[in-house]
Write a new protein. Structure first.
Length: 230
């Protein structure tokens, strides 16, 4: 009977974790942020503690996962605020800008040069002479812009909010972004799902109603995929 109880708890735990991952979103399986790391530790402790404790029943697993999932969703809702999102998820920073290494950012992130070189080698870059910009992402990976390659793009609006950290990276102001948004016929960033700018190429805009603009090209939501959306 005890073996059956453990097997039932294992199956229930696996199903519960799969449900949590589905609710949290597929993107969370592709990148680990501080919130995702905490979630992994907590879920492992919850399921493991219940499985090997004979006084805890299957319902305890379901209750614990339900509470943690609800709390996780609440945190993600709070992350709609740009300030809270930066506090919880962090922000990407430049380790190298225009070929110049930012020593203060290295110290702040406890990153050694050999670790940094390993990250570059994983991207197929073996010399600092080949590096123009290197951004340290929130999940611990790096994004490398090599010398002579096309300039990177900048996410100016994310889910209805202007990304202030991006403005610092691309040396633009909120007024400049707002003027671009109004140029395309929208009242403000709250009307947009995202707005990306690639220097020398133009803007890529997706409105919350599903309309897409690529530079001067406009694609209405009902035309995407060749089908009319209900």
């Amino acid at each position: 009977m005890q073996y059956f109880d453990i097997a039932l708890k294992l199956i229930t735990g696996m199903v519960g974790i799969l449900f949590f991952l589905r609710v949290a979103g597929k993107a969370q399986m592709a990148q680990l942020t501080p919130l995702d790391t905490v979630s992994a530790f907590v879920i492992g402790a919850l399921v493991g503690g219940v499985i090997y404790n004979p006084d805890m029943r299957v319902w305890h697993i379901l209750f614990a996962l339900a509470v943690w999932t609800a709390f996780n969703l609440f945190i993600r809702f709070c992350m709609r605020s740009a300030l809270l999102r930066r506090i919880i998820k962090g922000d990407s920073v430049y380790l190298v800008k225009n070929g110049v290494l930012n020593f203060k950012v290295f110290k702040r992130n406890s990153l050694e040069m050999e670790q940094f070189r390993l990250l570059l080698r994983q991207k197929g870059v073996f010399s600092m002479f080949d590096v123009d910009d290197v951004r340290f992402e929130t999940n611990g990976s790096v994004t490398v812009s090599e010398v002579g390659k096309m300039a990177e793009s900048y996410l100016l609006v994310n889910n209805g909010a202007i990304v202030d950290s991006t403005l610092m990276h691309c040396n633009r102001t909120r007024d400049w972004v707002l003027s671009r948004i109004k140029h395309y016929g929208y009242n403000g960033p709250t009307d947009l799902f995202c707005l990306e700018w690639t220097p020398g190429t133009g803007f890529y805009l997706v409105a919350k109603n599903g309309d897409v603009r690529r530079g001067t090209e406009e694609i209405l939501a009902e035309k995407i995929g060749g089908e009319v959306l209900n």
